[in-house]
Design a protein around this ligand. Structure first.
Ligand code: 5CA
Ligand code: ZN
Length: 409
């Protein structure tokens, strides 16, 4: 699949910082030391509805990761998937009486527009699950040959018992795993499974549903977790720097992915850091397509909201926090944007050299975007109250905010 156009990332004077970030698997901060090319995999959308603020907040977090790396003069190899075949997509297509593939294509196109408007850096490889099927089938065959998979009425399951490291990403007990498995696409109550949370690797073709040639697996379609593993291993290989997503992906998705990869390669973990963004809520409940309590990025754009204000609204919250979207959050962001824009369009101001370092320090410290915004606010207030004589400063601020926070002033 094609991704979306990249916005320019201005180079900044001085030295970027190495990123220290919270790793779910170890439960603490890790300082990442990527090579000259940092490698990141971020789980993409299931395209049955438009991008909402929760999605945008999660992608914003991983956009910041890349901006910190780019500031250290590294290149970034960024891979993202699209879950363009899955039960919820088929259910929505049936409900709305539209073709599932056309629905996926339409919503993916809208996602690209939203990401472009929000100045999110595009992945180098943007890969749909359907196009990854030829690479998925041999992995499932290998898991079966290794004795890590078993068949149940034609469907093929992964046996979590085959992975000695199972549980080391989420650290949940069996009861919690079972509950989350039921909530998030698993089928813990299906009779005949070795372990209730064993996830499907390959689902045999169902009457009236799309299916693909699975070689020795028979016709069918892939399970969710093996899709991301196949795409990640194909484009990044084992031991890449960050696997990212929202906190609702910790279990089962990222746990199972790590498990599949461990059994396939004998290595653990697949990613050096498992990084998870908090959940954005609306009216007290997690924003989710299944509940329908959504604020769409595209709807805000249609109402004339500046995407830079949306981005500032996201940045005002720490990526690991769960937070609530309200009209006030957007109003505050609009006010801030107006102040910042006015400030960088003045002919001079106080020196911004220290500010650039403060933004760098804030982001390198577990992506503390709210602290970065506060630092810019302080510079703006100082300029408003005392002025300044540095004619280069407004330009420095504008380029730093663009390069490190993705906001064009
Ligand atoms: N296609 C899979 C990943 S392979 C998927 O989870 N798709 S999704 O469309 O449901 O979500 C896309 C990304 O947005 C995921 O990282 C998910 O964790 C994140 N996300 C979903 N809802 C929210 C929310 N309310 N707040 C923050 N992030 C969210
Ligand atoms: Zn994924």
């Amino acid at each position: 699949m094609h991704a979306w156009p990249a916005s320019e990332v201005p180079a900044l004077p001085g030295q970027g910082r190495d990123l220290r970030i919270h790793d779910t698997a170890t439960g603490g901060p890790v300082t990442l030391d990527p090579g000259p090319v940092a490698r990141i995999y971020v789980c993409g959308i299931t395209p049955y509805d438009a991008t909402h603020i929760g999605h945008a907040a999660t992608y914003n977090a991983f956009d910041l990761v890349q901006r910190v790396w780019l500031d250290t003069k590294r290149q970034v190899h960024y891979v993202q998937n699209v879950t363009d075949i899955d039960d919820p997509l088929l259910e929505r297509a049936e409900r709305d009486d539209v073709d599932w593939a056309a629905l996926a294509e339409r919503e993916t196109a809208l996602f690209r527009e939203d990401m472009t408007a929000l100045r999110m850096l595009p992945p180098r490889h943007y890969i749909g699950a359907v196009e990854a099927i030829p690479g998925i089938v041999p992995l499932v065959e290998r898991l079966r040959d290794l004795g890590a998979a078993y068949e149940l009425d034609g469907d093929i399951y992964f046996s979590v018992d085959s992975d000695p490291h199972f549980g080391e990403v989420s650290h949940l007990d069996a009861a919690a795993m079972r509950l989350l498995s039921a909530e998030r696409g698993g089928d813990p109550d299906r009779p005949g499974k070795k372990d209730p949370v064993d996830p499907m690797l390959w689902m045999a073709a169902r009457e009236g549903e799309p299916s693909w040639d699975g070689g020795s697996l028979g016709r069918g379609r892939p399970g969710w977790h093996i899709e991301c593993v196949a795409i990640a291993l194909d484009h990044l290989g084992m031991g890449f720097d960050v696997q990212g997503g929202g906190s609702d992906l910790v279990f089962p998705h990222h746990e199972m992915g790590a498990s599949h990869a461990q059994v396939l390669t004998g290595e653990f973990p697949m990613a050096k850091a498992y990084v998870h963004a908090g959940m954005v809520a609306l009216h007290g409940e997690k924003m989710s397509k299944s509940k329908g309590n959504l604020v769409f990025v595209s709807a805000l754009r249609r109402e004339g909201v500046d995407p830079a204000a949306i981005r500032l609204a996201l940045l005002a919250h720490h990526y690991r926090a769960d937070w609530e979207w309200t009209d006030q959050v957007l109003e505050d962001a609009r006010t801030r944007l107006a102040h910042w824009r006015a400030a960088v369009s003045r002919p001079d101001g106080p020196s911004a050299d220290a500010l650039v370092e403060e933004i760098r320090d804030a982001l390198a410290n577990d992506l503390d975007a709210p602290a970065a915004l506060a630092a810019v606010d302080r510079w703006v207030v100082l300029q408003e109250s005392k002025g300044g004589t540095d004619a280069g400063a407004p330009g420095v601020v504008s380029r730093a905010v663009d390069a490190l926070l993705g906001v064009a002033l």
